[in-house]
Write a protein that binds this ligand. Structure first.
Ligand SMILES: *Cc1c(COP(=O)(O)O)cnc(C)c1O
Length: 372
């Protein structure tokens, strides 16, 4: 039985990415000197080339999940004037929590989940607290919505503020114009829309920002991005880095580029969403939407139908067996919305028919539970 993952972050990957581990097992690579340098050089170049920021930004790569890059970026980038975090989902709240735990002066602009942030309120908070750095999330995975980075980026440019964006759920599947949005640090990982394993995260940081960061040590010793960048620009890394995961990252990025890059990935996801969202509508499922906030391409947040619990639905789908050889893992909502909303993601290497079969399974399971 193939357990199809309709969850964020771990799902089936391409043969090309999966081929890396057995090859690496035959010949592991020592993460030092002559073997590491060409890999780091190639990867760092491919990342900034794909984002079209080779002239202005540098990629700094670490071994961790996405949250490690959130901590590293906040701890390394934010100056002592403090950090204003737009927290309208779980991951914005995470930025604020990390920042506070790091002892940074943190001002949290808390909103109900998914509610569009208000520029006038951001301006008021910036002026009141003398903040020079804003943190926000682009793809709000916990609610399936996109924050308006272009609008807030234009505001940051006008006010000469640094902008740090968590793009973990949007890189490689949403348009991100780093230059136009004036993004100084873009936080990313390899295991969402890029379709690699969850072992590598990275931050894409403006060179002039890195120059400023040279004047203050990073707040987390192991996750000091300026120090890491200095070494990576010479082809080394301060600690052991997972080379197998770096090679999987490269295989996924090559695969992504050769299959048509960002436009093709967006179209691939939109084709899936066309099947899925039509199916939800047919089933009368209500989508979690908020005014002024567009939907993400990686998935959809839906209200649980009246009389149905998330656990019972997830359980039915996980035990689905109609002879097609597939069962399905879905995801609950996080934080304040759990109990009310559930989520279905459409990442990973699955054919369109899988999504058609899933909609059929979803319909059968919901009907069975509501009758039973
Ligand atoms: C998945 C995700 C993260 C990181 O989660 P990890 O579990 O640490 O990989 C952070 N921000 C957003 C927006 C995400 O979707």
């Amino acid at each position: 039985m193939k357990r199809v993952s309709l969850t964020p972050a771990v799902f089936h990957l391409s043969d090309r990415v999966n081929a890396v581990a057995p090859e690496y097992a035959r010949q592991p690579i020592v993460p030092r000197g002559p073997a590491l340098k060409p890999i780091l050089d190639r990867l760092r170049g491919k990342v900034t080339d794909q984002l079209e920021v080779s002239d202005t930004h540098e990629a700094v790569i670490i071994s961790s999940s996405g949250s490690g890059a959130i901590a590293a970026t906040i701890g390394s980038c934010v100056d002592d004037n403090g950090f204003l975090v737009i927290a309208n989902d779980v991951y914005g709240q995470r930025q604020a929590d990390f920042s506070e735990q790091l002892g940074i002066k943190t001002v949290t602009y808390s909103l109900d989940f998914g509610v569009k942030p208000d520029l006038a309120e951001i301006e008021r908070l910036v002026d009141e607290h003398g903040i020079k750095t804003i943190g926000m999330v682009h793809g709000c995975t916990s609610v399936g919505l996109l924050n308006p980075i272009a609008e807030i980026g234009a505001f940051c440019k006008k006010k000469n503020l640094k902008l740090i964006v968590d793009a973990i759920a949007s890189i490689y599947v949403e348009e991100i114009d780093i230059d136009k949005c004036g993004i100084d640090a873009l936080i990313c990982s390899t295991n969402k829309a890029l379709h690699s394993n969850p072992d590598i995260a990275f931050s894409v940081i403006a060179r002039d920002y890195l120059d400023e960061m040279a004047q203050r040590p990073g707040r987390i010793p192991y996750l000091d991005l300026h120090k890491t960048w200095q070494l990576q620009s010479k082809g080394s890394h301060p600690y052991t880095i997972n080379i197998r995961a770096l090679l999987e990252f490269e295989a996924a990025l090559d695969d992504f580029n050769e299959r048509g890059g960002l436009t093709a990935r967006i179209n691939m996801y939109r084709d899936r969403l066309a099947i899925l969202r039509a199916g939800y509508e047919n089933l009368g499922l209500k989508t979690f939407l908020r005014e002024g906030m567009e939907q993400q391409n990686i998935g959809t947040a839906l209200y649980l139908p009246e009389g149905l619990t998330y656990d019972s639905l997830a359980d039915e789908l996980a035990n689905w067996n109609n002879g097609d050889g597939e069962c399905y893992e879905i995801y609950s909502a996080q934080g304040e919305l759990s109990g009310e909303v559930f989520r279905i993601f459409n990442m990973g290497e699955y054919p369109l028919d899988t999504y058609r079969r899933f909609i059929n399974a979803l319909e059968t399971c919901i009907n069975k539970l509501l009758k039973g």
